[in-house]
Design a protein around this ligand. Structure first.
Ligand code: NI
Length: 269
């Protein structure tokens, strides 16, 4: 699989559950932007050795990516790594986070463990994991709420499984917008709701990275107790600034990412 094929496959799966992302991309194209480039694509997982960051990263590592840096999110009990393509500078960065379950309650740990125990991992190759979505059976709404009380991230993952949590438009490569404020205003004019946690724009030019996102879409999930509306994924926007050496900053800002994680919060929508 080429890098383009890999991200096309992920995009198709992502827009099935996140129709807003396709709508925004179409609006940008209608505005006269010929290519909508991806700054990065993000994934979520648990720290369990069967599915942790290093397992989820397999398909990217096998397709020319390498590890670049890591990040700690102490309050949310998350750890993340970012990967970049070794030679293709136009390929999106990959950001994978994992929930540090051992730092959470015994109850949460047992729900996660029991859930993963229902999956026959011998039949799922690490290469494929990122496309698999939820590998376990119909979720239970009571368990979902137990997870939600402790970690929004855990609850989201329990329902959505392994998939692209967000794609991110590279604002620098858009022809019709010069900055992130213009992008946000355009999105709001078109009826999209922004994640305002920590302000609509996360990060400043001094951080060399400004980011924003629309709130996650919702979709109907069949629980054991019946259908419920649950958050799926969201679309993000990133504007990168040049550093003193003339190069554009290519990393991430933990404090900004911390607030962006909240785009899937059920309470925000
Ligand atoms: Ni992101």
């Amino acid at each position: 699989m080429t890098t383009t094929q890999l991200f096309d496959k992920l995009w198709n799966e992502y827009t099935d559950r996140t129709p807003s992302a396709q709508k925004v991309k179409d609006l940008f194209e209608a505005q006269g932007n010929s290519t909508i480039a991806n700054d990065h694509v993000a994934f979520r997982t648990f720290d369990d050795p069967r599915v942790n960051i290093d397992v989820l990263a397999t398909t990217f590592l096998n397709n020319g990516y390498e590890y670049v840096a890591d990040y700690h999110f102490e309050k949310k009990k998350l750890y993340a790594k970012h990967f970049a393509h070794k030679t293709d500078k136009s390929a999106p960065l990959v950001f994978i986070s994992q929930l540090l379950t051992s730092e959470l309650s015994v109850e949460l740990q047992s729900i996660v463990n029991n859930t993963l125990n229902t999956v026959d991992f011998d039949t799922v190759s690490a290469e494929e994991l990122v496309f698999k979505g939820r590998l376990w059976n119909t979720p239970n709404f009571e368990l979902y709420n137990t997870l939600l009380n402790e970690s929004e991230y855990a609850a989201w993952l329990y329902v959505n499984g392994f998939c692209s949590n967000h794609f991110t438009v590279d604002i620098n490569k858009l022809d019709t917008f010069d900055n992130i404020i213009e992008v946000n205003n355009f999105l709001k004019q078109n009826g999209f709701e922004m994640n305002a946690s920590g302000g609509e724009v996360k990060g400043t030019p001094k951080d060399f990275l400004e980011q924003s996102s629309i709130l996650a879409d919702k979709f109907t999930v069949e629980f054991e107790e019946g259908p419920k509306e649950i958050t799926s994924c969201y679309y993000e926007f990133a504007f990168r600034h040049q550093m003193a050496n003339g190069e554009f900053f290519k990393g991430f800002i933990a404090n900004s990412a911390d607030k962006i994680f909240e785009s899937t919060d059920m309470l925000l929508k």
